[in-house]
Design a protein around this ligand. Structure first.
Ligand code: NAP
Length: 295
């Protein structure tokens, strides 16, 4: 039986409508959530991500503070801007678009962001709090996956989950979130990577597979148990002469074959992707509520 598609666009739209309502209620109390976006240089992909984030802010009623800096910005200038934004009461969230140009020290910049404004959830203070199960800003893509699963009615408690990939932005945090002793965790998690002896064998016994490897066809139908839930985080460009731009986007999962065995599956595009920006808005609103003593 073919799997039901998890419509990330719809879940993201629902969550954004809820956030918009919350922002309107906060405004009645004189609170306007604000997100500062910092972009250094002129990388076209980064520029389009930043524009999408700013547009999403506007649509939700969140104040968006745009900081576009030239490619030759110095470390000192960038650190001074972060310091200014840390002190600005109108700003509840600071997002520095990565990657930064090579001459800049990325980790120094991320460490300088006030953890109370770290809406990306990348600061070691928030990572540490997440790991020990304390209240923290959770990283956007993994948190988006949890919301997608819960809103699709997937039971996490007791589920066997295999995460393929161990990056700091997806694999490690999602594995950590899923093992927490909480309503959004309580799963049994295996993390696979390029040194794993037999990723297929681990996947075959999974109730839920989360693929975040950044390689097409990492998860194929023979690796999937009947009725498994498949979350495809990967975004890969593959050549496609039938497309105007010469390529199309695919995930890490062999979607067409795997959907015949799975019970639920996310498409690429339109699955996990729309959730990432949504969770950034979610964290910014949460930060504003915390600053006002409401959360
Ligand atoms: P990454 O930093 O490149 O990490 C990839 C991980 O996958 C590594 O841990 C690697 O293992 C592992 N891996 C690669 N091939 C494997 C294989 N054949 N079997 C088992 N493990 C394998 O990537 P990332 O930043 O986590 O991103 C992963 C994918 O998600 C990318 O396509 C990215 O574009 C996408 N992404 C999407 C969103 C979104 O919003 N939709 C957000 C973030 C990322 P080693 O550690 O051993 O090298």
């Amino acid at each position: 039986m073919a799997a039901k598609i998890i419509d990330g666009k719809q879940v993201a739209a629902d969550m954004r409508a809820e956030l918009k309502q919350k922002v309107a209620q906060l405004k009645e109390k004189g609170i306007v959530p604000g997100l500062a976006v910092v972009l250094v240089g002129d990388d076209p992909a980064s520029r389009s991500y930043v524009t999408a984030k700013e547009r999403a802010c506007e649509e939700a009623g969140i104040f968006s503070n745009d900081n576009r800096l030239s490619e030759d910005t110095t470390q000192q200038e960038l650190m001074a801007l972060v310091d200014k934004l840390n002190k600005d009461p109108k700003i509840n969230g600071i997002l520095v678009q990565l990657p930064l140009p090579k001459h800049l020290n990325e980790s120094e910049v991320l460490l300088a962001i006030d953890p109370n404004k770290d809406v990306d959830g990348f600061h070691p203070v928030n990572v540490g709090k997440m790991v020990v199960g304390e209240d923290a800003f959770l990283p956007c893509t993994p948190n988006g996956i949890i919301h997608l699963l819960l809103r699709s009615g997937v039971k996490l408690s007791g589920a066997e989950v295999v995460v393929v990939g161990r990056s700091n932005i997806v694999g490690k945090p999602i594995a950590n979130m899923l093992i927490q002793k909480s309503d959004t965790g309580n799963a049994t998690v295996t993390v696979c990577h390029t040194r794993t002896k037999d990723t297929a064998a681990h996947c075959r016994r999974a109730d839920i597979i989360i693929a975040a490897a950044g390689r097409p066809n990492t998860v194929t139908a023979d690796m999937v148990k009947d009725g498994a839930v498949i979350i495809d985080v990967g975004v890969n460009r593959v050549e496609d002469a039938t497309k105007k731009n010469g390529y199309r986007l695919v995930g890490d999962v062999d979607f067409e074959a795997v959907k015949e065995k799975a019970s639920l599956i996310t498409p690429v595009p339109g699955g996990v992707g729309p959730m990432t920006i949504t969770m950034l808005l979610y964290n910014t609103v949460l930060s504003a509520e915390k600053a006002a003593g409401l959360a």
